[in-house]
Design a protein around this ligand. Structure first.
Ligand code: FES
Ligand SMILES: [Fe+2]
Length: 385
């Protein structure tokens, strides 16, 4: 008997489609195409997710001395993080209290003792107090015009900010994320960073990180070293992921699969044989390897465009070892990243097709489902009708 063609339902139905994503895995349907393409959904994510959640915007080592700063675009804002004269890191809305000029445009650098507005030269201290306003009238009170501060916390050497007014503490927001203390994250330092612009929605990047159903076909080099059937099984309120095993005969994820680098001190024999991959919602991806930690952060630029920052972190003893060279690991993950981006971009083009309707999840995509379900529940109250 001939099967009826799939019916394409035009019109809204967004709430119903998100509810279908939230069903148990075996019955669930992938997210509706509109959440990957619609500028209104993108704007809602900026306000309701990126504008309220704890986001990792860098490493403490990026801000080594008083005046060191970095900026990051978050949900329509460009947030400024500065190390003060007291060595404390603070996050500010990057906007002058006079007539709202953006204070700092550059992605990173060092301020010389103060934050100066380029418009009328209001000048702020590194801890955000207004120091002076040229030709101020009698009675003008500089203390009434400090920069607007955002929440900032550090954890494991990572700098997190939260633009929400009523955000829980970072530790509470991370919920049941497994304890990663044994990886001594605060003691790691960056050996390399590579940035990519991917022509796909940020959720496509996050979903791709959350499964290895695609690995056999897309990543022959990775599949040679890592057992793709061995993990990615856990999820919690703020994360998904889990361990995957190295195949026998391999000691690290690199082009050669071997390394002379020592493992991160104190890891167990089990951790020497596995890599833990975690997606920490919404956009931080941690790959915890025996010898190094790989970090991806996905920053939405547009519904169909994402900036991905990828960093390779190593113990300082490894970085100081004679002949230290991360090239084997960098090449491996740069290749893997690029293999992934090609497919992410194909997904984005497909999601924009009038012929695409949400499909089923494979059982090995339970972490994708966990992320999509988290997203659907988080965004649903904030979507346009
Ligand atoms: S807008 Fe900044 S000094 Fe006027
Ligand atoms: Fe992949």
């Amino acid at each position: 008997m001939e099967r009826a063609p799939t019916t394409i339902e035009h019109g809204d139905g967004l709430a119903a489609a998100l509810a279908a994503t939230c069903r148990p895995l075996a019955e669930a349907r992938t997210l509706p195409p509109r959440v990957y393409t619609d500028p209104e959904v993108f704007a809602a994510e900026g306000r309701a997710l990126f504008g309220r959640m704890w986001l990792c915007i860098g490493r403490e080592e990026d801000l080594p001395e008083a005046g060191s700063y970095l900026t990051e675009a978050i949900g329509g804002e460009r947030i400024l993080v500065v190390r003060g004269d007291d060595q404390v890191l603070r996050a500010f809305f990057n906007v002058c209290r006079h007539r709202g000029a953006r204070l700092v445009e550059e992605p990173c650098g060092r301020l010389r003792g103060a934050i100066g507005c380029p418009y009328h030269a209001w000048t702020y201290t590194l801890d955000g107090r207004l120091l002076r306003a040229p030709r101020a009238e009698p009675g003008f009170r500089p203390e009434d015009y400090p920069l607007t501060q955002a929440r900032l916390e550090t954890l494991g050497g990572f700098v997190f900010v939260n633009l929400g007014r009523n955000a829980p503490a970072l530790s509470a927001a991370l919920g049941d994320l497994p304890d990663l203390g044994r990886y001594r994250l605060a003691d790691l330092r960056r050996a390399r960073v590579v940035e990519y612009t991917v022509d796909a929605n940020w959720k496509v990047v996050a979903e791709n990180y959350s499964e290895c159903y695609h690995c056999a076909l897309v990543h022959p080099q990775l599949n040679r070293i890592s057992d793709l059937t061995s993990g990615l099984a856990q999820s919690g309120t703020a994360f998904n992921g889990g361990p995957m095993q190295l195949r026998d005969g391999f000691t690290t994820m690199s082009m050669s699969g071997a390394t002379t680098l020592a493992p991160i001190p104190g890891l167990s024999d089990a951790d020497h044989r596995q890599v833990h991959y975690y997606l920490v919602y919404p956009n931080l991806m941690l790959g915890l390897h025996p010898q190094y930690v790989l970090v991806h952060r996905a920053w939405p630029l547009a519904p169909d465009r994402t900036r991905v920052v990828c960093e390779w972190l190593f113990p300082q003893a490894s970085l100081a070892a004679p002949g230290f060279d991360p090239a084997d690991m960098v090449e491996f993950w740069d290749l893997t990243n690029r293999q992934d981006w090609v497919l992410c971009e194909r997904v984005q083009r497909g999601a924009a097709s009038a012929g695409y309707v949400p499909g089923p999840y494979h059982p090995s995509e339970r972490c994708v489902h966990a992320f999509d379900k988290w997203y659907a529940e988080a965004i649903a109250p904030h979507l346009p009708g």
